[in-house]
Design a protein around this ligand. Structure first.
Ligand SMILES: [Zn+2]
Length: 596
């Protein structure tokens, strides 16, 4: 145990050839060595742990090697190489700009740069996290970078290229390091495992690679951790336990439940996941990933995008065959919606459960509901809107409702729709043309007192959106206008700066509850209508969850001219002001004021 060296150090590559996952880049560097065309400054950019510093060290060693190989690799035998490998070479200097970012640190470095190397040809200065240098340090460094002595080579490394000043960028040869692919990491871990006489299931290494998110250093640290936890026998089960990763198996079972419409199973699986200490948000984002993986597993062309081990890959392909594209699109949409709403939701568990229920209902025929509680949301205003249909796969029920003939509205259960939406061509956007709408003869019947108003047509879109986005399970908890306004304000307040326009618009408009849980929002102009409509789906979903009522529909319209008179002249403005504030009249009288 006393001579334990962490794998990330022990298996740090010593030659360009052994660097994992950066083939194009190391080839270019080798060519530079072979042709002896060396720039004086390099910038290595890329995420953490992908080999930037390692490559810089190999590079420094190789250009100082006395007998480099024909491929442009260091010999690892000459005096210079040995001193590098034993970390006692004076030709390499590393400065961590994260902790040494002052002008004095840079001045010290500049002093050293002047001194030529004792042995070998080049002195290499590696400045790590170079974006952390202070402005004045940068400026002090610029001069040296512009006119370095012949023996000096700078390798600047950064995880944040956008923070590097253009003056620096223009003086460097730039190398962009990639995130290392899952397969490359797995392959390397397999090599390390074999060297360490550790047995490892490929699926387990895959989980480690995914957890490392493209960084080899992280992958090797996690590997060490799992080795010590499992005592050298790395199984899939032990790995997911140790790393607190949710088993693929849950999601396979869940999708089976969705396909067969088994709500109970889905709820129980979710409960099991919660009991194992996982967060609902992890669960939901994991489900989105699973659905995405099923989608890419459906087509041989996209199969390479599936980054899982072979055995699990087979499982994905098998389950993918059972799923139609339309189902996957819809399921992805629903789970993504849940993911987005999760942060806002007050009752997160209910939100996830509602999502699961909706997912289970995608392929299920619409059930007729008991008569007492089935006042269905009244269909949207049936003005034909051929282009405006949202580009999402429509829920069969939603589509049906919005085109429902007038008579069905008085009778509760909507006619059954049994067939799922037809599968669209692979990966095409599922754009369904708007269903032909009945003529406007029934308009006034459908929306008594509301439908004929000017500017009301606008609501079609939002109403359509609302219909689809609401959970498919019906909740019909009654609420009053006050509760609506409360929830409305609460949502507005939860919005961040990015949605400031929506927030402002919401604050100036008051929702007004009409019958059948529809409410109306009057705003000042078409622009405000547009602003609210863009956020309508999330807004209405929020209100539905908050007020526990899935029938809620929002109609946005522009204020009628006579609702909010626009004062045109100064006199009229004053009149309007005096109407609302009688003090002004007094003021005018006391001072005998007039408008010029
Ligand atoms: Zn050598």
């Amino acid at each position: 145990m006393e001579d334990f060296i962490v794998s990330a150090r022990k298996y740090r590559p010593a030659t360009f050839r052994t660097v994992v996952g950066q083939y194009a880049l190391t080839t270019t560097l080798k060519n530079a060595v072979i042709t002896k065309k060396l720039a004086h400054a390099f910038l290595f950019c890329g995420p953490r742990g992908v080999g930037k510093t390692t490559c810089a060290r190999i590079f420094a060693k190789t250009i100082n090697c006395f007998t480099p190989t024909a491929e442009g690799e260091a010999c690892n035998q000459c005096e210079s190489c040995v001193s590098f490998n034993e970390q006692r070479s004076y030709n390499i200097h590393e400065l961590d700009a994260a902790s040494n970012n002052s002008v004095d640190d840079i001045r010290l470095l500049i002093e050293q740069v002047r001194i030529p190397p004792q042995i070998g040809q080049y002195k290499v200065y590696i400045i790590d996290e170079v974006h952390m240098l202070s402005q004045s340090a940068f400026n002090a460094f610029l001069k040296t970078l512009e006119e370095p002595p012949k023996h000096a080579i700078f390798v600047l490394a950064t995880t944040e290229k956008h923070k590097i000043l253009p003056t620096i960028l223009s003086r460097c040869q730039i190398y962009d390091f990639n995130r290392i692919s899952i397969n490359d990491i797995v392959e390397h871990l397999q090599y390390v495992a074999s060297q360490e006489s550790v047995t490892a299931e490929p699926e387990a290494l895959n989980v480690i690679a995914q957890k490392a998110d493209g960084g080899m250093r992280d992958a090797l640290s996690i590997f060490d951790q799992v080795v010590s936890f499992t005592g050298g026998n790395i199984t899939y089960r032990a790995t997911i336990d140790n790393l607190n990763v949710l088993d693929y198996d849950y999601y396979f079972r869940l999708v089976e439940a969705f396909l067969s419409g088994n709500v109970i199973d889905a709820m129980l699986i979710f409960n099991e996941v919660l009991n194992r200490g996982f967060e609902g948000q992890n669960f939901i984002s994991g489900m989105s990933s699973h659905l995405r993986d099923l989608l890419v597993a459906k087509d041989p062309q996209t199969l390479p995008l599936l980054e899982v081990g072979e055995a699990i890959g087979v499982k994905y392909t098998q389950q993918a065959q059972k799923c139609q594209n339309a189902f996957l699109y819809k399921a992805l949409e629903i789970s993504n919606e849940c993911d987005l709403n999760y942060r806002l939701s007050k009752n997160k568990r209910l939100l996830v459960e509602l999502t699961l229920i909706r997912l289970c209902q995608i392929l299920q025929p619409v059930q007729p509901q008991p008569v007492q509680r089935d006042i269905q949301p009244i269909a949207a205003n049936p003005v034909p809107q051929p282009v405006q249909q949202p580009a999402q796969a429509q829920h069969p029920q939603a589509r049906h409702l919005s085109s429902a003939p007038v008579q069905t509205l008085t009778v509760a259960p909507p006619p059954q729709v049994t067939a799922p939406p037809p599968p669209p061509p692979a990966f095409a956007k599922t754009q369904t043309p708007a269903p032909p709408a009945p003529k406007s003869a029934g308009q006034s019947m459908r929306m008594p007192g509301l439908s004929i108003k000017n500017g009301f047509n606008k609501k079609d879109d939002s109403a359509g959106l609302n219909q689809q986005s609401g959970p498919s399970v019906s909740l019909n908890t009654p609420f009053d206008n006050e509760a609506l306004i409360l929830a409305w304000n609460e949502y507005a307040q939860s919005l961040t700066v990015e949605n400031i326009l929506v927030q402002k618009t919401m604050q100036t408009a008051r929702p007004l509850l009409k019958e059948n849980y529809q409410f109306e929002v009057a705003v000042d102009g078409p622009q405000q209508v547009e602003i609210l409509e863009q956020d309508a789906t999330t807004m209405v979903t929020y209100l539905k969850n908050k007020l526990k009522n899935t029938s809620i529909q929002m109609h946005i319209r522009v204020n009628e001219v006579n609702e909010r008179p626009k004062a045109s002249s100064m006199q009229e403005k004053l009149k309007a002001m005096m109407n609302t504030n009688p003090e002004l009249i007094k003021l005018k009288e006391i001072f005998d004021l007039e408008i010029a």
